[in-house]
Design a protein around this ligand. Sequence first.
Ligand code: ZN
Length: 155
Amino acid sequence: MSIDDLYRDVIMDHYKRPRRKGELANANVVIEGFNPLCGDEVKLWLRIDDQGVVQDAAFTGHGCSISQASTSIMTAAAVGASVDDLRGVIDGFRAMMLQGAEPDETLLGDGVALEGVRKFPVRIKCAVLSWNTLQLGLDEHTARGGQVELRHSED
Ligand code: ZN
């Protein structure tokens, strides 16, 4: 099995059996993200505690397989992570997708499977949508604290 096949399997597995799909009743960060180019929509729900650790995370949404698989991967990675660690993961993912940095599986886990999307530049926004949306939510949470509700668009 080639690495491309393996990565495709990881993406389709997250798309067909998304991790942490659903709403989170006691979320304190709720952010919607849109990618008008492809019609992708995601809504992220996070509960971040006073120590800055993501205690729980979930998502709802619809769109192409890349956008939804990427959101599943991202949401699963967020649970149990500190906001500071998560910023490092977001930076690593964006560096891989946007600047061609070497995929770092230790840092990104299943996120490395999206590296192949770079071959289809028009789809890169599908892959980074949820990560950019998460970053905006974390920034707002850090800046203001309390309840955060936001909308983000890729255009
Ligand atoms: Zn898409």
